[in-house]
Every structure is written in structure tokens, then in C-alpha cells.
Design a binder for this molecule. Structure first.
Ligand SMILES: Cc1cc2nc3c(=O)[nH]c(=O)nc-3n(C[C@H](O)[C@H](O)[C@H](O)COP(=O)(O)O)c2cc1C
Ligand code: SF4
Ligand code: SF4
Length: 337
């Protein structure tokens, strides 16, 4: 198969995943082309030579990032082109399930045949930093999810995520805020002069050329920000104040060394005792284990029983408003288990 992997990335987690997927497909004899969307330009690609296109994005505010959606809207795809979606985000809560809602609507209008969708867990680039041992587990489980993805895509097994009304409402209401969020927030960005060493990395790396020096040589921001977090995450001195997000303490500084982390010994962190923020991973990892066992052999009864007990617990638990508040304000020390 000739495959195109088309993706948008802010802090390179999606790039990391895309490279992994490319290796996977190539090891099965497929020919893979990678294309990273340049959000500062408006352009079209030629899709006529591909049998399959995989589109990848990080979830922003329970939805696909605005520059990604804009890019997809601008494309002319051949009718009935086969596609799959590989999205990723910091949490695997079901609130993220319908994040491709608007992308899918556009693709269906363009008569593209979207057959599969997969949600990968990757470390947060906003909110708070994940510990390496948990990131190791995410990467380990992502390998299993890639086994599933490659198998299903190559064998034409359709597998789309459920788009329940509740998750559609979440995406529908928050997505539009995200479309203007960066532009508004960038009015409040500033650089701490005492910390800044003038390396200009932020200026060079901003995908929107949104950062510049004024005549006095001070770093300033235009208002074409995507809220991708690349500047604040990769600033070597943690000198960038990212507006109202910072007021909530929602900043991650220091890139994850994913290549190094994946070499570390794997020790599971998530278990039935995991509570709070990371709880969603117990369910999503179990789902991956179940599907993996169904396709490649292994124990299916244990994951099925776990999923049933999670469902029962969920029924007795809090509503969504409480869940959202908890996501915003609570960081559970996962080593407590
Ligand atoms: C503006 C913004 C909003 C985000 N919103 C969500 C979200 O709603 N749910 C989530 O699980 N992760 C969210 N994240 C985290 C990213 O999806 C996650 O860290 C992703 O791996 C980043 O990928 P990238 O490095 O390719 O940009 C958000 C990140 C940013 C910058
Ligand atoms: S990356 Fe950080 S230290 Fe370097 S110029 Fe930008 S703000 Fe200053
Ligand atoms: S200013 Fe920072 S957050 Fe905004 S687009 Fe540029 S690198 Fe991304």
C-alpha cells in the first residue's frame, strides 16, 4: 500500500507517533510518506497516488486543533479515499472521544471514507508535567495500540470510536473557544527579562512566526498564536509567561525525551488502585489489552471483567461537571498507590 501520514504537531508528540507509525507500516512492506502540516501557509497536497491516508493531531480542548481543521477543509480529496485518524492527548477520558467531530463532518461531505480512529495517550504539554515512568507506560501501551491500528487498517477492519451525545456536546461547546483562544491569550504573553538568555529559540521555533523582537530588542508576540505551547515548553530558561493559562499554573516547561524514555525499563504504574486524574488510563489500557488479545491471542476474560467493574463503578459515580472541575484543579500523586 502507498500511505500518506498527514499530521499537525505543536510540541512534537504527534511527530513522534507519526514516525513510529511510518516505521510500523514500512516493516510490513508499505511505502509511507510523512507530511507535517505547516500552519503558517495555505496550500493543497495531491492525494491521487495514495491508497490510504492517516491523519494525526493532538487534541486541543476536546477537539481537533483549529489549524488542522482549517487545513483539512482546504483540501481536495479524491472521492472515496480511504482514511484513518490517529489522535493523541494527555488524558484518555471519554470526554475526548468526539474530538474529530468537525473533521469527520467535513471529510464525509468531501466523500472521504474514514474507516478507523485511534486515540493514543501522550504526555501533557500543558497543565502539568508527567513523570517519566508513566510516560514509559504510555509509550508501551501505544506500541500495542499500533499493533491493532496496523492490523485493522491493513485488513480493512473498520473501527470508529463511539460518538455519544454527551461527548459531542463537550466538543461542540469547547471547540469554538479554542479557535480564538490563542489570539486572545497572546495579548497577555510576556517574557521574564531576568530569566531570558536571548537565545531566540522561541522566535525560531514558533510555527506561526508569531514571536519577534521590537526595535528595542525586546521579545514581543503578534496575535496569530495557535496555543501550541512550543515556545513555553522549549524555552531553556522557562522565561515565557503564557497568559491566562499561566495564571492557572497550566504550563509545562522542558521537553520530554521520548527516545530516551522508551529505552527505560518498563514497570506498570497504572493498576486497579489508581485513582483520580490517571484513572482513565486504567480503562483505556484495559481496552487496548482486550482488543490486542482478541486479534493476536491472549487472555480476554480478565480485561472484560475489569471493564464491566469499571462500568458499574462509573454508574455510581459523579456527574460530568464534577469530573471537569477535577480535571482542572486536581493533580493526584500517582506514586501514592
Ligand atoms: C491548547 C491545548 C489544549 C489541550 N487540550 C487537551 C484536551 O482537551 N484533552 C487532552 O487530553 N489533552 C489536551 N492537551 C494536551 C495535548 O493534546 C497533548 O499533550 C499532545 O500530546 C500534544 O501533542 P503535540 O506535541 O503533537 O502538539 C492540550 C494541549 C494544548 C496545547
Ligand atoms: S527561548 Fe526563552 S531564553 Fe530563549 S529567547 Fe526565547 S524567552 Fe529568551
Ligand atoms: S507563540 Fe508560542 S504558543 Fe503561540 S504559536 Fe508560537 S510557539 Fe505556539
Amino acid at each position: 500500500m502507498k500511505i500518506l501520514l498527514l499530521y499537525y504537531t505543536g510540541t512534537f508528540n504527534t511527530r513522534f507517533l507519526s514516525n513510529k507509525l511510518k516505521e510500523r507500516f514500512e516493516s510490513m512492506g508499505d511505502i509511507v510518506t510523512l507530511h507535517e502540516i505547516d500552519p503558517s501557509k495555505t496550500y493543497r497536497l495531491d492525494y491521487s497516488e495514495y491508497d490510504m491516508v492517516g491523519i494525526g493531531y493532538p487534541i486541543y480542548g476536546f477537539a481537533a486543533p483549529w489549524p488542522f481543521l482549517k487545513f483539512i477543509r482546504h483540501q481536495h480529496f479524491p472521492k472515496h479515499l480511504k482514511m484513518f485518524i490517529y489522535k493523541n492527548s494527555g488524558e484518555t477520558y471519554h470526554d475526548n472521544d468526539a474530538s474529530s467531530m468537525f473533521v469527520l463532518r467535513d471529510l464525509r461531505l468531501k466523500r472521504v471514507d474514514v474507516q478507523n480512529e485511534y486515540h493514543f495517550g501522550m504526555p501533557y504539554n500543558i497543565h502539568f508535567k508527567y513523570e517519566d515512568n508513566f510516560v514509559r507506560e504510555q509509550l508501551y501501551m501505544n506500541e500495542k495500540l499500533m499493533d491493532i491500528l496496523v492490523y485493522e487498517v491493513k485488513n480493512g477492519i473498520r473501527n470508529l470510536l463511539p460518538y455519544k451525545l454527551k461527548t459531542r456536546l463537550v466538543t461542540g461547546s469547547v471547540a469554538r473557544l479554542q479557535y480564538i483562544g490563542g489570539d486572545v491569550n497572546s495579548f497577555f504573553y510576556k517574557v521574564d527579562k531576568d530569566k531570558c538568555i536571548g537565545c531566540d529559540l522561541c522566535i525560531k521555533q514558533c510555527p506561526m512566526h508569531n514571536i519577534y523582537r521590537n526595535e528595542q530588542g525586546e521579545i514581543r508576540f503578534h496575535h496569530h498564536c495557535l496555543m501550541c505551547m512550543r515556545c513555553s515548553m522549549r524555552c531553556p530558561k522557562d522565561a515565557i509567561w503564557i497568559g491566562f493559562l499561566d495564571s492557572w499554573g497550566w504550563r509545562v516547561n522542558g521537553a520530554y525525551n521520548l527516545k530516551k524514555i522508551e529505552q527505560q525499563e518498563y514497570k506498570p504504574v497504572i493498576s486497579e488502585k489508581t485513582e483520580g486524574f490517571y484513572e482513565c488510563y486504567y480503562e483505556s489500557f484495559t481496552r487496548i489489552n482486550l482488543r490486542h488479545a482478541e486479534l493476536f491471542g491472549g487472555d480476554t476474560e480478565t480485561p472484560k471483567a475489569i471493564l464491566e467493574s469499571i462500568k458499574q463503578k462509573e454508574k455510581q459515580k459523579h456527574g460530568m461537571v464534577y469530573k471537569l472541575l477535577r480535571l482542572m484543579f486536581k493533580k493526584i500523586d500517582m506514586t501514592a498507590d
